[in-house]
Design a protein around this ligand. Structure first.
Ligand SMILES: Cc1cc2nc3c(=O)[nH]c(=O)nc-3n(C[C@H](O)[C@H](O)[C@H](O)COP(=O)(O)O)c2cc1C
Length: 184
């Protein structure tokens, strides 16, 4: 069975570095045999979760439905102040009150492109915490591309060592997703 992946860049910016990074990752996942659907982050936008709800807002519902229809998620998220962007955390909080548990049993590969030298790994470390709590299997290694304002211009190639790391990681993530999702 073919592995199905959702791809999401958690940035609303027109020239998002993380969306560009995702554009590099998607063909690699497809080459590894996955079917990939990219989701529009703007369409996921949701009001702040205030601790009371009757039903999910349209944006969170759109993301939850898409997650339920796929085996795994390629998630490229910016690092904000060494942590998770508030909009993404808000969406995860909405997903957590969906009785269908749309994250449970799915896999995720976390990626970040950042202008800093560190590549945003501290932020991703915090993105993985609520995802794992909610039942996702998050790939142990994370892809942090540093100095991205210079190396990830639209249409440019990644540095060879970044490209190789991305390729190997995405390939193994697709393999692991296949093994996990077909085991149940
Ligand atoms: C509120 C805020 C906090 C940020 N904090 C960090 C940070 O901790 N580390 C980092 O590398 N970049 C940080 N940045 C810079 C972002 O990495 C940069 O804006 C990047 O382009 C965002 O990703 P995007 O292009 O996909 O939107 C921050 C940006 C904003 C707006």
């Amino acid at each position: 069975m073919t592995v199905s992946l959702l791809a999401l860049a958690a940035s609303h910016r027109a020239n998002s570095l993380n969306r560009t990074l995702l554009q590099h990752a998607i063909p690699l996942a497809e080459q590894a045999g996955a079917q990939v659907r990219q989701l529009d982050y703007d369409a996921c936008e949701s009001p702040l979760y205030r601790g009371e709800h009757t039903s999910l807002p349209q944006g969170a519902q759109y993301l939850a439905d898409a997650l339920l229809a796929h085996d795994g998620l390629l998630l490229a998220s910016p690092e904000y102040n060494w942590s998770i962007p508030a909009g993404l955390k808000n969406l995860i909080d909405w997903l957590s009150v969906d009785p269908r548990a749309p994250l449970r049993g799915r896999t995720a590969l976390l990626l970040c492109a950042s202008p800093s030298a560190r590549g945003g790994i501290s932020g991703l470390q915090q993105v993985r915490v609520p995802l794992e709590l909610l039942g996702m299997w998050v790939y142990p290694q994370m892809v942090g591309i540093g100095d991205a304002a210079n190396t990830l211009q639209q249409g440019a190639l990644l540095r060879p060592k970044d490209q190789l790391y991305l390729q190997n990681t995405v390939q193994d993530f697709v393999r692991a997703t296949g093994a996990l999702s077909h085991a149940h």
